[in-house]
Ligand binder design. Structure first.
Ligand SMILES: [Zn+2]
Length: 266
């Protein structure tokens, strides 16, 4: 019988016959004592599984930095561990800050996991990717919205917020690619759109607080996303009632009619 092990000298993956006392590594020629490498292999497997447990506990507990460091420990021992790559990708995504999003790293790490995973688990991985994106977007939009819990003076904050919203729409497309009726993903689109359609409070040098509404282009664009998702959710559940937005549709319509009338008059 042959068992998988690693050469203690060169690290090459080898198969050792359990009924022999020693063999020579097929890569480096080092003499290997069978019982000792088998024991070592067993120990490594145990350590990997311990680290995986710790990593996954940290991940579910929202301790993303800790989770990432445990997944890294697994990968040091076994760099072909696709679940560790997947876990690392999710931890990294969640470690995005408002100033430094980590979407690119997430996709890169996820692709590594995908390339190492057995073919029959690719669908499962796509589902996990979609779940990770949705839970990330839910946290991220909440964080970004917090900026506007107080009136702002720096208009760049709004610009950055709308850019993040655009990025989040894009991320959710991965969930829709898997299931275009994904209820949670549609609800997130509505939350993102609402945050743009509601505008933001500003304060001027006199201390006067007023609410600024999105530009007409932004409003039309956000409404499009909002409408699409509301329609799909209503198809699935007729009793669904969408959160109302401050820049409501009648304003958009009246602006549009205004433009149409102008054009016709010309
Ligand atoms: Zn060797």
């Amino acid at each position: 019988m042959l068992k998988a092990a690693k050469c203690p000298s060169c690290g090459g993956s080898i198969k050792v016959p359990v009924d022999q006392e020693y063999i020579y590594c097929m890569y480096c020629g080092t003499q290997i004592i069978v019982t000792s490498v088998l024991q070592q292999h067993l120990d490594t497997k145990k350590t990997v599984s311990n680290y995986m447990n710790l990593a996954n506990t940290a991940l579910t507990g929202g301790e993303f930095e800790e989770a990432e460091s445990y997944f890294n420990k697994v990968l040091e021992l076994d760099n072909k561990h696709h679940s560790a790559w997947l876990g690392k990708s999710i931890s990294v995504l969640h470690r995005s800050t408002l100033k430094a999003p980590k979407y690119q790293q997430f996709f890169k790490l996820f692709d590594t996991a995908m390339s190492l995973a057995p073919d029959d688990s690719s669908k499962q991985l796509e589902i996990k990717k979609s779940q990770a994106i949705k839970s990330f977007v839910a946290r991220y939009i909440e964080k970004s919205n917090m900026i506007f819990s107080k009136p702002i003076t720096n208009m760049n904050l709004w610009k950055e917020h709308t850019q993040r919203c655009a990025d989040m729409y894009k991320l959710l497309e991965h969930s829709f690619a898997l299931n275009r009726h994904d209820e949670l993903a549609h609800k997130l689109v509505i939350i993102i759109s609402k945050s743009m359609l509601d505008g933001f409070p500003t304060i001027d040098s006199q201390g006067t607080i007023s609410r600024r509404m999105p530009s007409p282009e932004l409003r039309d664009w956000a409404f499009k996303q909002y409408d699409k998702s509301v329609t799909i959710l209503k198809e699935q559940d007729a009793s669904y009632s969408q959160p109302k937005v401050k820049a409501n549709r009648s304003i958009v319509k009246s602006v549009k009619t205004l433009f149409q009338n102008k054009k016709e008059k010309r």
